[in-house]
Ligand binder design. Structure first.
Ligand code: AHR
Length: 341
C-alpha cells in the first residue's frame, strides 16, 4: 500500500479536506464520474517513506524499490506499510491511511476478495484507491480509480504455449507451483496455463500445489512432487507462478540428482535477475516478464486525475514478454540487477 501526503504541513483529516474547485469543469465532471476526486491538485513533497504487501519475492522487492524511485522522480511522498502478506494487516493500514487523510492509496491486494467494506470507507473519505499488480473481486468498480496490472491469464497462456511448442508431440507430465491461494494472479496464471495445455492431449498436469510465491516453499513443495513422482522421473516440466519458486524448485531438482532445464523443463513468470542466472547455467528454459514498474503509470494516472480531472481507463495493462536463454541472458541480468531485485 502506498500513500501520498503533503510536504511540511500537518496532515489534514478527510473531513478537513476541501471539496475541489467547483469552477473547474473538468473537476466537476471527474467528481461526478469518481466521487473520490477530491483535491484537484496533487500535493507533493520530496521526503519519502514506503509501504508494501510483504516481501515474498525478488519481484516484490524490485516493485518496492521502483515505486520509491518513481515517487521521487515526481517529488511525491510515498509511505509503505509492510502487511506481511496478510489481508487483515492491509485493511488495518488502509484504515490508518484514511484516518490520516492521505491524498491517495495504492493497494496491491494480497487476495482478491473481501475489500468492499474498507474501500467504501476510503471512498466515503474521498480518497482515490489505485490497485497495483493484482485485481480484486467486487461488484462495485467505483471503489477504485484504476488497476495497473498485467493480463495474468495471458501470462499463463504464454507459459503454456511455450511448453506446448517445446515438447511437440512428446508425452509430458507437468507439475505446478501456484502462487498465494486467493491472489488474482495465482488464479489467473493457473487458468491461462490450463487453457493453453488443454489444446494438447500429450501434456498432462499431474500435480499442482501452492508454494506461496516464496523460494523456500517452492523448494519444499517440489521435494514432495519429486518424492511422489518416482524421484522426478515421471516429471517432464515444472510450471511456477513466479521465478522465486522456480529457483527453489531448481535447487530441489538438483538435490534429487536430476538436471533442471533438461530432465525437467522449467517455465515461470516475473523475469527476475536470478532466473537469467539460471538461463546462463542452462537450468531454466523460459520466463514471462512482469514489469516491476506498476507505480509509474499509477502516479501518472493519479496526477492527471487530480490536476486535470482526467479519468483514467479502469484497467492500465502492462506488457507481458516471453524470455528464453536465446535472449542474451547475461545482458538482461546486467540491466536488471540494479533495480532492487
Ligand atoms: O502480484 C505479482 C506477483 O506477486 C509476482 O509475480 C510474484 O513474484 C509476487 O509475489
Amino acid at each position: 500500500m502506498i500513500l501520498l501526503e503533503e510536504a511540511g504541513r500537518r496532515l489534514k483529516t478527510a473531513r478537513e479536506r476541501k471539496p475541489h474547485d467547483s469552477q473547474n469543469f473538468s473537476c466537476r465532471r471527474a467528481h461526478r464520474a469518481h466521487p473520490t476526486h477530491g483535491n484537484h491538485r496533487l500535493r507533493r513533497q520530496s521526503d519519502g517513506r514506503i509501504p508494501q504487501i510483504g516481501s515474498e519475492s525478488g519481484w516484490r522487492a524490485a516493485e518496492t524499490s521502483v515505486s520509491k524511485s518513481e515517487a521521487q522522480k515526481r517529488n511525491i511522498t510515498l509511505k509503505i506499510a509492510d502487511a506481511q502478506q496478510k489481508q487483515e494487516n492491509q485493511i488495518k493500514a488502509i484504515r490508518s491511511f484514511v484516518a490520516q487523510g492521505v491524498d491517495a492509496i495504492f493497494l496491491a491486494p494480497v487476495v482478491a476478495t473481501g475489500w468492499d467494506a474498507v474501500l467504501n470507507e476510503a471512498k466515503d473519505a474521498r480518497i482515490p484507491v489505485i490497485l497495483l499488480d493484482r485485481d480484486i473481486e467486487t461488484a462495485n468498480k467505483s471503489l477504485y480509480l484504476t488497476a495497473v496490472t498485467s493480463d495474468s491469464v495471458h501470462e499463463g497462456v504464454v507459459a503454456g504455449e511455450w511448453l506446448a511448442k517445446n515438447v511437440g508431440t512428446k508425452p509430458c507430465n507437468v507439475v505446478e507451483l501456484q502462487g498465494t491461494v486467493g491472489a488474482s494472479v495465482a488464479t489467473n496464471r493457473k487458468k491461462g496455463f490450463d487453457e493453453a495445455i488443454a489444446k494438447h492431449s500429450n501434456i498432462k498436469m499431474i500435480r499442482s500445489q501452492t508454494g506461496d510465491f516464496t523460494r523456500a516453499k517452492g523448494k519444499e513443495v517440489t521435494e514432495s512432487f519429486l518424492k511422489a513422482e518416482n524421484g522426478g522421473k515421471n516429471i517432464c516440466a515444472l510450471y511456477a507462478h513466479n521465478d522465486d519458486m522456480a529457483v527453489g524448485a531448481i535447487q530441489a531438482i538438483k538435490e534429487a540428482g536430476l538436471k533442471p532445464g533438461k530432465d525437467v523443463l522449467i517455465v515461470s513468470i516475473d523475469a527476475v535477475p536470478d532466473i537469467f542466472k539460471a538461463f546462463i547455467a542452462s537450468e531454466a528454459n523460459a520466463t514471462v516478464e512482469l514489469t516491476p514498474n506498476m507505480a509509474g503509470p499509477a502516479f501518472d494516472a493519479l496526477i492527471a486525475f487530480k490536476e486535470k480531472g482526467t479519468a483514467p481507463p479502469k484497467w492500465i495493462q502492462t506488457e507481458s514478454k516471453l524470455y528464453t536463454p536465446t535472449d542474451d541472458p547475461q545482458k538482461i541480468y546486467d540491466s536488471k540487477k540494479g533495480l532492487g531485485y
